[in-house]
Write a protein that binds this ligand. Structure first.
Ligand code: NDP
Ligand code: MG
Length: 382
C-alpha cells in the first residue's frame, strides 16, 4: 500500500502540530511533502528536520534566509511568501492538503488545491465563510473532496456516512465559551487573558477569541451550509457546555444521530485523513456512568450578536460572508492588541456590514476586492 502524501499548510499551529502527531504515529501510512509556517521559522525548521519534506514554505518572507541557512545541509527546498503556498499544493507529489492556515490566508491555497484535484482535509472554515459558493463548486467540478476537520462538521460528516435519506436539519453544538454565564455589563470589561482561556479546547488565538464571541459558531453555521448543501432554516445551534456531543443530524423520520467523544482534535484530523477507514487512536474514553446529566440551552442573542450576524449573512449570500470575515479579522487582531474591548468585536462586525453595499460575487477577484474594502471600513470604524 502506498503512503498518502500530505502537504500540511500551517504545520506549526494547533491543528498542524496535531496532524504531525498522527503522521508520527502512522509513519507507515503517511509521508510529508510540504510543511509551512507564517513566522515561527524555528519550529518549521525543527519539523523539516524530523519529517524531511520535499519543500517548506515560510509565508513571512523576512525569515527566508534564516530557514534556508538552517536547512542548508538538508535536501529540502525552501520557498517564501504566500504565493508559494498556492504553488506547492499543486505538486504531483501531493495527494492530500491539510488546510490548517488561519483566516483569509487559507482561501487561495485551498482554491489552488481543489483546482488540481487534491483531497482537502479542511480546518480553515474561513475560506467557506468568504467564498463558500466558489470553493464548493470547484470541489465538485474537479472531483476534489473536501473532508471537514472542524469537530462539529466532522461529527455531522460521520453521522451522514452511509446515509442517503433526506436530512431534516443539523444541530451544531457550542460549548458557549468562557463567557457563557457572564452578564452583559461585565462582558465589556473582560480581558484578553480571560477570552483566551477556553473551557474545553486548546486552540490558536484567533479561533479561541472567535469561540468566546460566538463568531466561531456563526462561521460554523456558514461552513455547514456549504459543506452539506443546507438551507439556513436547516441549521440549529444549541449550547452544550460539556462538549461531549460534537454535533447531531436529524433525519426526516425523526431519528437523531450524534457523534460523541472527548474533546480532542486528533480524532477529526485523523478521520479526515483515513476516511472511510477508522484507525485506532489512543486517549481518554467517555465513561457514561460518570457523565451525569448533560445540559442544552439556547444561545443568548443579546450578549452574543455575532451568531445572528452570521445567519443574516447566510440569508443574504453574495459577498456578505466575506465582509463579516474581514471585519472580524480586523476586530479580533485589535482586541488581541488591547486596542478595543471584547464587545467592540461584534459592534465592528455589524457596523462594517451596515456600511458595505452587498452584492453578488461571481469571481474570486471580487471576493478579494470585498475583503480589501471591508478591512478598510473596519479599520476606519476602529
Ligand atoms: P494557529 O494560529 O494555531 O495556527 C495557524 C497556522 O497558520 C500556523 O502554522 C501559522 O504560522 C500559520 N499562519 C498564520 N497566519 C498566516 C498567514 N497570514 N499566512 C500563512 N500562514 C499563516 O491556528 P489553529 O491551528 O488553531 O487554526 C487553524 C484553522 O483551523 C483556523 O481556521 C481555525 O478556525 C480552524 N480550527 C481550529 C481548531 C483547533 O482546535 N485549533 C478547531 C477547529 C477549527 P506561525 O506558527 O508561524 O504563526
Ligand atoms: Mg469547531
Amino acid at each position: 500500500q502506498s503512503k498518502q502524501r500530505l502537504a500540511v499548510l500551517g504545520s506549526t499551529g494547533s491543528i498542524g502540530t496535531q496532524t504531525l502527531d498522527i503522521v508520527r504515529r502512522y509513519g507507515d501510512r503517511f509521508e510529508i511533502t510540504t510543511l509551512s509556517a507564517h513566522s515561527n521559522w524555528k519550529k518549521l525548521v525543527e519539523q523539516a528536520v524530523e519529517f524531511t519534506p520535499d519543500n517548506v514554505v515560510i509565508a513571512d518572507k523576512t525569515h527566508y534566509t534564516a530557514v534556508r541557512d538552517a536547512l542548508a545541509d538538508h535536501p529540502v527546498k525552501v520557498y517564501a511568501g504566500s504565493d508559494a503556498l498556492e504553488q506547492v499544493v499543486c505538486s504531483e507529489q501531493v495527494d492530500t492538503v491539510v488546510m490548517a492556515l488561519v483566516g483569509y490566508s487559507g482561501l487561495f491555497p485551498t482554491v489552488s488545491a481543489l483546482k488540481h484535484g487534491k483531497k482537502v482535509a479542511l480546518a480553515n472554515k474561513e475560506c467557506l465563510v468568504v467564498a463558500g459558493e466558489i470553493v464548493t463548486r470547484l470541489s465538485a467540478e474537479h472531483r476534489a473532496p473536501i473532508i471537514p476537520v472542524d469537530s462539529e462538521h466532522s461529527a455531522i460528516f460521520q453521522c451522514l456516512t452511509g446515509e442517503h435519506s433526506a436530512v431534516e436539519k443539523v444541530i451544531l453544538t457550542a460549548s458557549g465559551g468562557p463567557f457563557l454565564h457572564r452578564p452583559a455589563e461585565e462582558l465589556e470589561r473582560v480581558s484578553v487573558e480571560e477570552a483566551l482561556n477556553h473551557p474545553s479546547w486548546c486552540m490558536g488565538a484567533k479561533v479561541t477569541i472567535d469561540s468566546a464571541s460566538l463568531m466561531n459558531k456563526g462561521f460554523e453555521v456558514i461552513e455547514a451550509r456549504w459543506l452539506f448543501g443546507l438551507r439556513p432554516e436547516q441549521i440549529d445551534v444549541v449550547i452544550h457546555p460539556r462538549s461531549v456531543i460534537h454535533s447531531m443530524v436529524q433525519f426526516g423520520d425523526g431519528a437523531v444521530k450524534a457523534q460523541i467523544g472527548t474533546p480532542d482534535m486528533h480524532l477529526p484530523i485523523q478521520y479526515a485523513l483515513t476516511f472511510p477507514q477508522r484507525l485506532p487512536l489512543q486517549g481518554p474514553r467517555i465513561d457514561f456512568c460518570k457523565l451525569g446529566c448533560l445540559e442544552f440551552f439556547e444561545p443568548d442573542p443579546m450578549r452574543f450578536p455575532n451568531l445572528a450576524l452570521a445567519f443574516e449573512c447566510l440569508r443574504r449570500g453574495g459577498n456578505a460572508g466575506a465582509v463579516l470575515n474581514a471585519a472580524n479579522e480586523v476586530a479580533v487582531a485589535a482586541f488581541l492588541d488591547r486596542k478595543i474591548r471584547f464587545t467592540d468585536i461584534a459592534r465592528i462586525n455589524e457596523e462594517t456590514l451596515g456600511r458595505t453595499t452587498l452584492r453578488e460575487c461571481v469571481s474570486l477577484e471580487e471576493y478579494r476586492r470585498t475583503d480589501r474594502e471591508a478591512r478598510q471600513t473596519a479599520l476606519s470604524i476602529l
